[in-house]
Design a protein around this ligand. Structure first.
Ligand SMILES: C[S@@+](CC[C@H](N)C(=O)[O-])C[C@H]1O[C@@H](n2cnc3c(N)ncnc32)[C@H](O)[C@@H]1O
Length: 205
């Protein structure tokens, strides 16, 4: 899918994703001291808005202008006086990120599913955008979810297991703080199912 496809997908629905943050984002970001963050491919801003509510100053970036407009509107509705702590911007995750090198304490990826070469570029851009000592958190549909888990994209080329993330950043200035497959419980009309997510935490060195 390209930016136009995502625009159409967002325009066709009131809210494509949930209004609540992803559970692993809430767990991992909740353990950090609030600072400045970029939510890479933020979509409608569910994680970015929640992070502002936790005291973070957040740039929510996505290449879908429709998603960015929606994140802005939802942020304005929910954040009140804190709305100015949310910046929304149209930006391609595979290019240098807004803010410049070392601008953020945290770069977050939440279900940005790209082919390996593009994901490698996006990870490099995010690492560049984080200050030394800051974090890059990657949450996404795992490769093995295709065979063993529920939901997510059906194209293996845009899925990644933890070792694939680590290979993509092997020559970058980061240390691995944690790297796991995590189970996410999903309620479906057929009953509860389990999705397998890749969850990786990197620290910029
Ligand atoms: C599955 S959604 C996840 C949205 C959000 N991170 C969340 O967890 O709710 C994937 C998002 O990635 C965005 N995206 C895909 N490729 C991108 C790229 N190259 N640059 C910026 N955004 C991209 C899409 O527009 C879409 O909003």
């Amino acid at each position: 899918m390209d930016a136009h496809d995502w625009d159409e997908r967002y325009a066709a629905h009131d809210l494509v994703w949930s209004a609540e943050p992803n559970q692993f984002v809430a767990e991992l970001v909740g353990a950090l001291s609030p600072g400045s963050a970029i939510d890479v491919a933020a979509g409608e801003g569910r994680n970015a808005i929640w992070m502002v509510e936790q005291g973070w100053t957040v740039t929510a970036a996505d290449y879908s202008a429709v998603a960015v407009d929606r994140a802005r509107a939802l942020g304005d509705q929910r954040l009140g006086d804190r709305a100015s702590s949310l910046t929304t911007v149209v930006a391609d995750a595979t290019l240098a990120l807004p803010g410049g090198p070392g601008a953020y304490d945290l770069a977050l990826f939440s279900y940005l599913q790209l082919p390996a070469s593009m994901m490698r570029e996006a990870l490099a851009a995010a690492i560049e955008a984080v200050r030394i000592g800051g974090h890059v958190i990657v949450v996404g549909h795992a490769g093995r979810n295709l065979e063993q888990g529920h939901g997510g994209p059906s194209d293996r080329a845009v899925l990644y297991d933890p070792d694939e993330v680590l290979t993509a950043v092997a020559d970058r200035p980061v240390e691995v703080e944690s790297s796991q497959i995590r189970v996410r419980r999903v309620e479906t009309e057929q009953g509860p199912r389990e999705a397998l997510d890749t969850v990786v935490v990197l620290r910029r060195v």
